[in-house]
Write a protein that binds this ligand. Structure first.
Ligand code: ADP
Ligand code: ZN
Length: 605
């Protein structure tokens, strides 16, 4: 048997294993079953691809999405590995061809959709072959509580019954305990060894801003990311369309994606996002599963996600290649109102609604926290990070906290005095003593809380109200007008029995100034490097286009970046770059070397 490290180095061109990869690979290669929980970008594919190359016979990979299979197979072919897929997108003669190669024992890896595998005929064919292993990718699809539920995944226990000798590995990036239990049970993996990795994604920089003028905020955020690929999530289809249109009008390569679109248009947009550099995909959460594009440089949320799980999963699509990436979110009280109302009006039972509310509250706590966001995020998933991360907005620019008890009392009593019938806009007006006609009409200019909050500006007051909601002292009414009500917890603060530390909100002017900080191009290519970087990228684009494959299938950004920084000028040196395996060196080495040598010559001249 060839050693796993040899394969890693020669075929994949990577110098070292990451995390638990080697332990997982050795375990499977020696015939064991495994359940692998690893965050997105952690390097799950190698965990079954390398054992597939180490063992005799063909490895069968069950994968839920056609796009995913195609890209994986393409990437393997680029490495010189015999791989193919079978799914419903293929013409009958194409399928026959793949089956022929399979039966001739020519394939090291076969990717199949679950329904294709369960079709019966294929199972019978597999019965006549030597099988290296079964890999069940996106294994959380067996969970009927998750949003990726695929009923066919339930039938995969057949594999164990029919092929008890063949090792099975199930892989997923979904970590929560109930899903894990369900996978073990539904896939009959009781005997499998579990490999659970940390779910931290250290290369992702988390930041949250408060919605003020969301379009402008998004535009400013994107300005630092020109030429980079990214995703902008919005809650509604309508907002997806208007945002994409607006961005396109600003000269950005923005496309839309949501479930209400015509299937062909949707597929075309997805394809462009995968194949072209620098596209901004504006989408609902319908977009994402199976998008394993490694060079997504940012994920922006224009609306609050539904839960921490959702937030983690959506932001996790950034920076799979391990290079710096940003997760940016703009949120405001109106999001909270919308989501709370959404939950209240749903058909779900009381139990379920309580659960959903708790999930929303956890997310609010995250959004309003004054401490390290990564610590908070990981803590939610039961993992503790000993030290603050240094790579989130709160770490980079620690917010000040202050004893806001008095301000909170003013805000809460203003809610009470106005009869718990108004939204934050009016409440702030009362506190700041607005002279408007409405104030007089309502008689609110005679309230004891009128004008008692002139020491803070509207921006700061809004921040306080948001934090009071996040702390569970106020809650949005379900009427949908953004009315705020006191909760039972508010009493202690009102009576002064509990003191309250809040993060200090910037004034409107300060927050404008600060908006741009911490936001810069993820890869940080400086001006002197830029011509060579562009030349490397355009060579990659040309080679990709010639073959009709995504650019990252040729080389990842991480590999190009290493070429840029290490500047190899011989084939040997180029082959030592991480991500340049033997096959790629043979096929593309000359082309990239030429670019690097020209740059050297130009630099010397
Ligand atoms: P996952 O499926 O867990 O999201 P992938 O298998 O797509 O992650 O791997 C993420 C990226 O990391 C890929 O670009 C892959 O080539 C790269 N990668 C995986 N293992 C290594 C390694 N040991 N060294 C360098 N890069 C790696
Ligand atoms: Zn941090």
């Amino acid at each position: 048997m060839q050693s796993s490290l040899d394969i890693l180095r020669h075929v994949f061109g990577y110098p070292e294993f990451r995390g638990q990869q080697q332990a997982i690979i050795e375990h499977i290669a020696s015939g064991g079953d495994a359940l692998v929980l690893m965050p997105t970008g952690g390097g799950k594919s190698l965990c079954y691809q390398i054992p597939a190359l180490m063992r005799r016979g063909t490895a069968v990979v069950v994968s839920p999405l056609i796009a995913l299979m195609q890209d994986q197979v393409e990437a393997l072919r680029q490495l010189g590995v015999e791989a193919a897929f079978l799914n419903s997108s293929q013409a009958p003669d194409e399928q026959a061809e793949v089956e022929h190669r399979l039966m001739a024992g020519e394939l090291k890896l076969l990717y199949v959709a679950p329904e294709r595998l369960m079709g019966g005929r294929l199972l019978a064919m597999l019965g006549q072959l030597e099988l290296a292993l079964f890999a069940i990718d996106e294994a959380h699809c067996v969970s009927q509580w998750g949003h990726d539920f695929r009923p066919e995944y339930r039938q995969l226990t057949v594999l164990h019954e029919r092929f008890p000798q063949v090792p099975r590995v199930a892989l997923t990036a979904t970590a929560d305990a109930p899903t894990r239990r369900e996978m073990v049970e539904r896939l009959a993996l009781e005997e499998a060894e579990q490999f659970v990795s940390s779910f931290d994604r250290p290369n992702i920089r988390y930041s949250v801003v408060h919605k003020d003028n969301p379009k402008r905020q998004l535009r400013d955020f994107l300005a630092a990311h020109r030429g980079e690929s990214g995703i902008v999530y919005c809650m509604s289809r309508k907002k997806v369309e208007s945002t994409a249109e607006w961005l396109a009008g600003q000269g950005m390569a923005a496309l839309a994606y949501h479930a209400g679109m015509d299937a062909a248009e949707r597929a075309a947009n997805q394809q462009r996002f995968l194949r072209e550099d620098g596209i901004v995909m504006v989408a609902t959460i319908a977009f994402g599963m199976g998008i394993d594009k490694p060079d997504v440089r940012f994920v922006a949320h224009l609306d609050l996600p539904k839960s921490m799980e959702g937030y983690y999963q959506e932001t996790g699509r950034a920076g799979r290649d391990g290079l710096p990436a940003q997760a940016w979110m703009a949120y405001g009280l109106s999001d909270v109102v919308t989501l709370a109302q959404f939950i209240a009006r749903s058909e779900a039972g009381e139990e379920r609604k309580r659960l959903e509310r708790a999930k929303l509250d956890a997310l609010l706590g995250f959004a309003e926290t004054a401490v390290c966001r990564r610590q908070r995020l990981l803590a939610y998933f039961g993992e503790s990070l000993a030290e603050a991360c240094g790579n989130c907005d709160n770490c980079l620019e620690p917010p000040e906290t202050w004893d806001a008890t008095e301000a909170a009392q003013k805000a809460l009593s203003c809610v009470y005095r106005t009869g718990q019938r108004f939204g934050v806009g009016h409440l702030v007006d009362v506190l700041r003593g607005s002279q408007s006609k409405r104030m007089e009409e309502l008689g609110h200019n005679h309230l004891s809380t009128y004008g008692i909050g002139q020491d803070l500006d509207d921006h700061q007051w809004r921040g306080i109200f948001r934090q009071l909601v996040a702390r569970g002292l106020l809650e949005p009414d379900m009427d949908g007008y953004g009315t705020l009500r006191l909760t039972s917890c508010a009493r202690e603060v009102l009576r002064g029995e509990e003191r309250l530390q809040l993060r200090r909100e910037a004034t409107r002017a300060q927050s404008r100034r600060r908006a741009g900080s911490g936001n810069r191009a993820a890869l940080d290519i400086d001006r002197a490097e830029s011509p060579l970087w562009e030349a490397l990228r355009s060579t990659r684009a040309r080679l990709a286009k010639e073959q009709g494959v995504p650019a990252y299938v040729i080389f990842h950004d991480a590999t190009l970046l290493a070429m840029l920084r290490e500047h190899p000028t011989t084939l040997d040196a180029l082959g030592a770059i991480s991500g340049v395996g033997e096959r790629k060196l043979e096929h593309y080495g000359e082309a990239f070397l030429e670019v690097l040598q020209q740059a050297e010559a130009a630099g010397a001249a």
